[in-house]
Design a protein around this ligand. Structure first.
Ligand code: SF4
Ligand code: SF4
Length: 134
């Protein structure tokens, strides 16, 4: 199996050597495509994981058991600017810094490359400006 995915690491997990264990204990190959991980802060990584199906599934189960959230990369979040009222409700709940309030204009911008597809903003947006697409 070979799959690209987004891994979201809560702040309590960022110092754990997950890659090492996935390789050593689960015989998986990890290709890190993009990562933003800092000690004791929330982090995320876009990775491609490959290996035998049994090892692959066991590896994902291991990650989830340690609090790592896994999102499929096929899904993306789309910001519909014309619907956005720049209320800022999404900015405060976005765990990845993908929605920012630019000053002095006080306009919200969506930084898609930082998005971990957690969908928090979809629930928070009163204008339905955030959408998940597959
Ligand atoms: S889905 Fe929304 S809240 Fe979650 S990271 Fe992406 S922009 Fe931020
Ligand atoms: S919550 Fe919706 S309307 Fe408000 S700033 Fe975010 S995207 Fe725009």
């Amino acid at each position: 199996m070979k799959q690209k995915m987004v891994l979201y690491f809560p702040s309590t997990t960022t110092e754990q050597p997950f890659t090492y264990y996935l390789i050593k204990d689960y015989n998986l190959m990890i290709n890190i495509l993009k990562a933003n991980i800092n000690p004791r802060k929330e982090g995320r990584a876009v990775v491609e994981i490959s290996g035998d199906k049994k090892d692959y599934l066991a590896g994902l189960e291991y990650l989830q058991s340690r609090g790592v959230k896994i999102f499929p990369l096929e899904q993306e979040i789309v910001w519909q600017e014309d619907r956005c009222t720049h209320c800022g409700a999404c900015v405060v709940i976005c765990p990845a810094g993908a929605l920012v309030l630019e000053r002095p204009e006080m306009e919200v911008k969506f930084l898609g490359e930082k998005c971990i597809v957690c969908e928090h903003c979809i629930k928070a947006c009163p204008s339905r400006a955030m959408e998940a697409r597959y």
